[in-house]
Design a protein around this ligand. Structure first.
Ligand SMILES: *Cc1c(COP(=O)(O)O)cnc(C)c1O
Length: 411
């Protein structure tokens, strides 16, 4: 499918066909591993004369057919002119920050991915880029802008409290001052949310999560429309060299072909689990943007395809940290592990795992309490996931009651 045809097609058609030309020699529908070397593992490409490569490729860091195909697909799915792939989501963030001149200033939502927070506070500072964090960016952004502000960084929904940012409201203010807006869209995936359509200038993903979707590739991608960004970020992609390998690009490209199916199913499951949790007396609060009770449900309806809530949710369990820890050990289908967005369901305790590095007061101010459990719903049967969560809640409550009774008995 030619890029000029992309506009005529829906998401699922693009996911399957964008960046997936048939092999011109064999007609192979899928880039194969046969002797025609279509997973292009070669690091270098022959030249017929000095400076005249046989095809479009010279050296794999600069460009590679499998990376090109993957990038073309993501550009189509994010409604972008360009996409650039990197060796991880973190490398993508690093390269965008590296593209700023020394002395630049960034305004960011406070609730960013832990690794993003680490890069902003510990690495960007070392090359003279300073970041101001705000918990209420829609209200504060204008007041926080300085003459040297070059970037606004948004993550919506936030991790792990699933609060939302109105992208177009923030972009309108940033653009008045000539400032670029970046949105980390990892949690929603390009199926549910397309930040460029709401005024963002760059959308970034940890491909490791929903886009690859099978928990077996580490990769990142940035997509945008500006020729100037293509020039600057493309230069850094090659100059810094934090690029994904050909095989990983091939795997992630295969993964993304089912993104629409996986994202729909994960959202359906997320909603079923969120509703069951919200109705349970053993749960203190549920954070899920697909519920009408979510305080920013209106933003979800505006920004998310069909108002979908995605596969991620978090909840505060009754019984404190001990109950939260026991819950994570009690689920049978949900595996206790970090990460998200794969076909398999995962559970974790942010305060003790992904967000442990953030000081307790700061963490709790952002809603990350010791009893907060984060769930990534996979694509198993929703009924089974609900049963698993309910059984684990009941088991934890039973154990707590048992302990209390025994305690009383001996007192
Ligand atoms: C995982 C993640 C990242 C970092 O991506 P890696 O591929 O692990 O480097 C960035 N942002 C969000 C929201 C993530 O979940």
């Amino acid at each position: 499918m030619q890029p000029s045809e992309h506009g005529q097609h829906g998401f699922g058609t693009l996911a399957v066909h964008a960046g997936s030309p048939h092999d011109p020699v064999t007609g192979a529908v899928i880039e194969s591993t046969d002797e025609s070397d279509q997973i292009s593992l070669s690091t270098t490409y022959a030249q017929t004369a000095v400076g005249q490569p046989v095809g479009a490729y010279e050296y794999t860091r600069s460009s590679n057919p499998n990376r090109d195909n993957f990038e073309n697909c993501i550009a189509a799915l994010e409604k972008a002119k360009y996409a650039l792939a990197f060796s991880s989501g973190s490398a993508t963030t690093a390269i965008i920050l590296q593209s700023l001149a020394t002395g630049s200033h960034v305004v960011s939502v406070s609730d960013v991915y832990g690794g993003t927070h680490r890069y902003f506070t510990k690495v960007a500072k070392a090359h003279g880029v300073h970041v101001t964090f705000t918990p209420s960016i829609e209200l504060d952004v204008e007041a926080l802008i300085k003459p040297e502000t070059k970037l606004v960084w948004i993550e919506t929904p936030s991790n792990p409290t699933l609060s939302l940012v109105d992208i177009s409201a923030v972009a309108e203010i940033a653009h008045k001052h000539g400032i670029l807006v970046v949105v980390d869209n990892t949690f929603m995936s390009p199926y549910i949310q397309n930040p460029l359509s709401h005024g963002a200038d760059i959308v970034v993903h940890s491909v490791t999560k929903y886009i690859n979707g099978h928990s077996d590739v580490l990769m990142g991608v940035a997509a945008f429309n500006s020729d100037d960004l293509k020039e600057r970020l493309g230069f850094l992609q090659n100059a810094i060299g934090a690029v994904p390998g050909a095989f990983d690009c091939w795997l992630a490209h295969r993964g993304v072909k089912t993104l629409h199916l996986r994202a729909r199913e994960a959202s359906k499951n997320g909603k079923m689990v969120a509703e069951a949790l919200a109705a349970s007396p053993l749960v203190r609060a549920v954070n899920y943007p697909g519920l009408d009770s979510h305080p920013q449900r209106k933003i979800a309806l505006k920004q998310h395809r069909d108002g979908l809530g995605g596969g991620m949710l978090s909840f505060r369990i009754a019984g404190g940290k001990a109950a939260a820890e026991r819950f994570c050990a009690a689920t049978k289908i949900f595996t206790l592990a970090e990460s998200l967005g794969g076909v398999e369901s995962l559970v974790e305790l942010p305060a003790s795992m992904t967000h442990m590095g953030i000081p307790k007061e700061q963490r709790e101010a952002a809603g990350v309490f010791d009893d907060l459990v984060r769930i990534s719903c996979g694509v198993e049967e929703g009924e089974d996931l609900v049963k698993d969560v309910m059984a684990a809640l009941k088991k934890v409550a039973g154990e707590s009651n048992g302990t209390a009774t025994n305690g009383n008995g001996t007192a």
